[in-house]
Design a protein around this ligand. Structure first.
Ligand SMILES: [Zn+2]
Length: 271
């Protein structure tokens, strides 16, 4: 009888302790991602600087600030310090009245390349068009134009990624691909052929060249995007995401020799 009582007490103690530990863990987790805590942290200049926060309105008004905001978000993601901004119910409800995304991301459909996650952005931040190999289609063009003309989105990022299956397929150049796959292969073929003339890491070169070709295509697209690009009203750049380490690298080749622009090119990380 006494042994049974002791066993019961030991079990009760273990059960209560475990419940408390779980509650503490749950509380800590909620504290780290809760919208209230996040909005309080945002009031601290030091915290914003440490977390590479860029003012959202500045990013919307100036595409160069937009790039800084994307870079800052990716730095958080890469370091496993994502803050998951703009995901609280009140914000989601307010967005039912309209949106003002600060960047259009033209990315691959790959399940491992989700723009909001890898740039640590929230609802209403990114306008996203995705196809395999981020291959351009008429609807992709219209999507980018819509964001620019109707939503005022001035930054377009073509986002390729390492290990892209569509690029790999284009490099193999199968003779008779099934269904509509040939559309992807034909679109990526120029980059795949150019990459074959390069030394090692042909697949990496193909991914990068494909992004550069797509950026050029958008900058020359009549008439909305080409005019906006020539006037310096829109910024169209390329970037590559590395699946292995979570890092996005903006391609210097797409950041140089840009037309004159009214936007200030100041690095404003930490605002
Ligand atoms: Zn891909």
């Amino acid at each position: 009888m006494r042994i049974n009582n002791l066993l019961f007490l030991a079990y009760a103690f273990f059960f209560v302790t475990m419940q408390q530990a779980c509650a503490q863990r749950k509380s800590a987790a909620q504290k780290s991602i809760g919208p209230t805590t996040l909005s309080q942290n945002m009031k601290s200049a030091k915290w914003r600087e440490q977390n590479h926060i860029v003012n959202r309105d500045s990013a919307y008004l100036n595409p160069y600030y937009g790039i800084q905001k994307l870079k800052g978000g990716n730095m958080r993601f890469e370091m496993s310090h994502s803050i998951h901004p703009r995901q609280d119910p009140a914000l989601i409800k307010s967005l039912s009245e309209g949106q003002a995304p600060f960047a259009t991301i033209v990315g691959c459909s790959d399940s491992r390349v989700s723009s909001e996650i890898l740039f640590d952005q929230g609802f209403g931040d990114l306008f996203v068009a995705r196809t395999a190999g981020q291959v351009m289609a008429e609807a992709t063009f219209a999507t980018i134009e819509y964001a620019y003309l109707n939503l005022g989105t001035k930054l377009v990022v073509v986002l390729g990624h390492s290990g892209c299956g569509a690029v790999s397929a284009a490099m193999k150049r199968p003779e008779s691909p099934p269904g509509h796959i040939v559309t992807l292969i034909n679109s990526i073929k120029p980059a795949a052929l150019a990459a074959e003339q390069m030394g090692q890491n042909k697949a990496e070169h193909a991914v990068r060249l494909n992004v550069i070709n797509q950026v050029k295509e958008l900058r020359q697209l009549e008439s909305v995007l080409s005019r906006a690009h020539e006037k310096g009203e829109i910024l169209i750049v390329g970037a590559v995401y590395d699946l292995s380490n979570g890092k996005v690298v903006f391609l210097e080749e797409t950041m140089q020799n840009l037309p004159p622009t009214r936007y200030a090119k100041t690095d404003i990380t930490g605002l």
